[in-house]
Design a protein around this ligand. Structure first.
Ligand code: NAG
Ligand code: NAG
Ligand code: NAG
Ligand code: NAG
Length: 294
């Protein structure tokens, strides 16, 4: 009596199995979407591996290559850096949290060498590493970017954060640059930029990207921090270098650069604006004997 029923229920099985399979796949896909999409949007990786060792090593290399710095205690500088963030909320780190560290890493940079940059990192760093004055007894760099200063050199390309209650860095996850305003990394670069701009003197340059519509973008550190911290008492002139403007358009007259000009005028700082091609810049500095490319 029961065997025909069983047979008929067995006949329905493929449909039920198919329905079940589809349901399982659907649930799986939804789960994947829920799990992965939010992760991609927020926290990327955590603190750079071996952060403390990297800081000490870079500090020692830098001190060795820059005699004028005098002796520096790189262990102490590293400890001050770690103590600026360890045990703190990674989204509640202010510029002032780095003050004690900055005090130990301060330095003097020769006037006329300051090169600021925004959205031109690659060419700006190429210029600062290749452009040399070799017509003197001690060959020297023509320009210095923030990443050529001790603080910038130590931290360039690294990531870090800690958490409330933690006794070390968090190596599993850290907020991204735009996840929260007061994140450890952004506040550091703001603090370092502020210092770099505040000591700038003589004729300084800023390399901006002429191929984008807003080379002086509000969200850039140059626009919201550095350009506003330049001190007219120490600055002779700002040379705005606009790289790769479209050939048919004078970006020096664009509304974005006008805004920069008005910030500088407001601080009583003289400026000039020059449009350059990155290929010409590279060509000139590659064969330069002295600092006369721009
Ligand atoms: C951020 O940290 C400061 C101390 O550095 C504390 O006073 C403040 O309450 C914190 N804010 C938040 C939102 O946690
Ligand atoms: C910078 O130079 C001035 C004057 O030469 C000197 O008094 C000061 O200690 C130097 N600062 C640093 C951080 O080396
Ligand atoms: C200018 O910005 C664009 C878009 O981000 C980038 O592709 C280009 O390399 C930048 N130009 C320079 C000279 O850095
Ligand atoms: C800055 O450049 C101008 C020429 O544009 C020059 O006359 C002046 O002496 C320079 N200032 C310094 C401090 O070198």
């Amino acid at each position: 009596m029961s065997s025909p029923r069983r047979a008929s229920s067995r006949r329905r099985n493929p449909i039920i199995v198919l329905a079940c399979c589809l349901l399982v796949i659907l649930v799986f896909v939804v789960a994947l979407i829920l799990v992965f999409i939010p992760r991609q949007r927020t926290s990327a990786e955590g603190t750079s591996k071996n952060l403390a060792d990297i800081i000490v090593r870079r500090c020692r290399v830098y001190v060795q290559e820059h005699e004028s710095l005098g002796s520096r205690d790189c262990e102490e500088i590293k400890n001050r850096f770690l103590n600026s963030v360890i045990g703190k909320d990674p989204c509640n780190i202010t510029m002032n949290d780095y003050d004690f560290f900055m005090e130990a890493a301060r330095q003097n940079i020769s006037c006329n060498k300051f090169l600021f940059w925004s959205k031109t990192k690659e060419i700006a760093h190429f210029v600062s590493s290749v452009y040399m004055n070799i017509n003197v007894i001690n060959p020297s760099k023509c320009v210095m970017t923030l990443e050529d200063s001790l603080v910038g050199y130590m931290m360039d390309g690294l990531k870090w954060c800690s958490r409330v209650g933690m006794k070390e860095m968090d190596y599993s996850s850290c907020p991204g640059w735009n996840d929260c305003e007061l994140n450890s990394v952004k506040s550091f670069w703001k603090r370092a930029s502020l210092y770099f701009a505040s000591i700038a003197c003589g004729n300084v340059s800023v390399m901006l990207n002429g191929s984008i519509s807003d080379p002086f973008s509000d969200s850039s550190l140059f626009a919201n921090t550095e350009s506003r911290k330049l001190n007219s008492k120490n600055i002779d002139e700002v040379n705005i270098l606009l790289v790769d403007s479209p050939p048919d358009r004078n970006m020096c007259e664009s509304s974005s650069i006008r805004e920069l000009r008005s910030v500088l005028s407001g601080s009583n700082i003289r400026y000039k604006c020059t449009a350059l091609k990155s290929t010409e810049v590279k060509q000139c500095i590659s064969s330069a004997q002295s600092c006369n490319c721009f």
